[in-house]
Design a protein around this ligand. Structure first.
Ligand code: DGY
Length: 324
């Protein structure tokens, strides 16, 4: 019998061709998140689910999907997928590590530079018509070269960001659950516990995955530890940072600036206090948003579906224990 593949958003590149060759595709061809009720109704008949980071794949959904064997998330992050519930039901889960590392690290470096050099405020200044004579004290920011970057989560993206930072002559410290000897050797990166990293870093970049253990990893106490001249960049997931604490820290100048690609909540409402703060730059989750990277993610996620349905090892599998 031909496998049924539910796709929750039209993917770019050749992904649909790959999926068409693997089974019968049911595409939610609406440019919006698939409503939960639709997802639940349609997944009931699906053998494979090709989903986005905006779809919540939990035990409740899996219980309404008796045929489901494959979940393929078109994202590297898996905080929207209950991996344990999938594994318990023998559902193999794919994701898209690697192909988005470079683009996301580029964006993290962009945000670090923007926060340190007050680029958002500079753009607002010019657009508002306030640009007058050259001033010696206009929008003075923080140094990037020869400063210390603190990377929270030295995984693929953290490492790629650290390489970029090394190119700017920055010293690198990092925290996380494990030491990374290869990064230490390659870049001279030094491991620090989180509190020490927050105290030492001129620029803190969050690249850790969101899990129960990392929720609000950066919180009110963190901002007390950070330098008043420090900047914070988040390209991971919004809930790693306590938003209310960040608003207070930026308002009270406990830190100099923040630049966020991800927020909590996401999307951020237009009247959110973060958007009224001149020292906060927010962009709408664009880490992997280049044509080439999004195509590569979409196609990798499609190949994961094809391999999963064929009972073969996915290229990028998050719960390989399902294969036994
Ligand atoms: C991911 O893949 O997890 C990013 O956040 C979106 O590309």
């Amino acid at each position: 019998m031909t496998a049924s593949i539910l796709v929750t958003r039209r993917p770019p590149g050749n992904a649909l061709d790959i999926l068409d060759a693997a089974g019968e595709v049911e595409l939610w061809d609406v440019d919006a998140v698939m409503p939960r009720s639709e997802l639940r109704r349609r997944v009931a008949k699906a053998d494979a689910l090709y989903c986005m980071l905006t779809d919540r794949i939990d035990a409740d959904l899996l219980d309404s999907a008796p045929r489901l064997r494959v979940v393929s998330n078109m994202a590297v992050g898996l905080d929207n997928v209950d991996l344990r519930a999938c594994t318990a039901r023998g559902v193999v889960v794919g994701h898209t590590p690697g192909v988005l590392t470079g683009a996301t690290a580029d964006l993290a470096m962009t945000l670090l530079l923007a926060a340190a050099r007050r680029i958002g405020e500079g753009i607002d200044h010019v657009r508002s018509g306030a640009w007058g004579d050259f001033r010696l004290d206009l929008l003075l920011g923080q140094e990037v070269h020869s400063s210390v970057v603190g990377v929270i989560g030295m995984g693929r993206i953290g490492t790629a960001l650290a390489r970029r930072a090394a190119g700017f002559g920055m010293s690198i410290i990092y925290s996380g659950p494990n030491r990374k000897p290869t990064v230490e050797r390659e870049l001279g990166a030094e491991y620090r516990d989180l509190a020490t990293l927050l105290e030492m870093a001129d620029h803190v970049v969050v690249t850790a995955p969101l899990t129960a253990a990392t929720h609000h990893l950066v919180n009110e106490q963190s901002f007390v530890l950070m330098k008043p001249t420090a900047t914070l960049v988040n390209v991971a997931r919004g809930p790693l940072v306590d938003t209310d604490a960040l608003v207070a820290a930026l308002q009270n100048r406990e830190i100099a600036a923040a630049a966020l690609d991800v927020t909590d909540p996401e999307p951020l409402p237009a009247d959110h206090p973060l958007l009224r703060l001149p020292n906060c730059t927010v962009i709408p989750h664009l880490g992997s948003a280049t044509v080439k990277t999004r195509n590569a993610m979409a196609e990798l996620a499609a190949r994961n579906v094809a391999l999963g349905l064929a009972g073969e090892r996915m290229e990028a599998c998050a719960n390989p224990e399902v294969y036994g």
